[in-house]
Write a new protein. Sequence first.
Length: 243
Amino acid sequence: MTEQVPSATGPARLEQLAASLARVEHRIVAACQAAGRDRGEVRLVVVTKTYPASDIALLVRLGVRDVGESRDQEAAAKHADLAATVGGQLTWHFIGRLQSNKARHVAAYADLVHSVDRVGLVAPLDRGAAAAGRRLGCLIQVSLDGDPGRGGIGIGEIASLAEAIAATQNLDLRGLMAVAPLGLDPVAAFGLLPALSATLQVAHPGAVIVSAGMSDDLEAAVGAGATHLRVGTAVLGVRPPLG
Ligand SMILES: *Cc1c(COP(=O)(O)O)cnc(C)c1O
């Protein structure tokens, strides 16, 4: 197998990442200005899936403190790789579809799981956090168009999933996550989030996070009150198709 992703670790890659991060930062600042929001209300999670741990190390040098991964095996390997060096400075976000049999493992290294989209994940995540002796933050991934094929729970099921998470010993319900549905205007789709988040916070005041917005639609997400943006391509480059 030949490498498909740039694996340079030298000054050229650092410069490339610095330039792309600056472009993304510029977009976030402009979007916050347009929305009348403070830049400090929005965290940038750099999605590093398919890119090597060496890129994460370079990103840390550039000030990045939040990284997102979507596959357990790959995420765990990078987490272990970086544990002795920069790992402790990072918050690890798990953003991918989660299989029940991987949930326990993810709970051992992730700090915030964005993709909790069914009650069946709650017990294994809770057991995994207990086994690792840590608390685990959870976001409920909501499907904004009601199509469960792309992940996410239906809007009408948010409250019951929230109760299930809140009833555990080791999980903290921190908020909501959404992906813009294919073929829908992201401004309209993300426009549902403020009311959903406000409703959730009535019963769960700590659930203040709204994770929304990727490389192509981060402006719409900032406009809809997102607190966490998940940006991969615009920082690291175009990924090879996920296998
Ligand atoms: C890959 C991924 C992202 C990042 O997408 P880009 O378009 O590369 O910015 C964000 N969120 C989720 C859930 C992802 O799987």
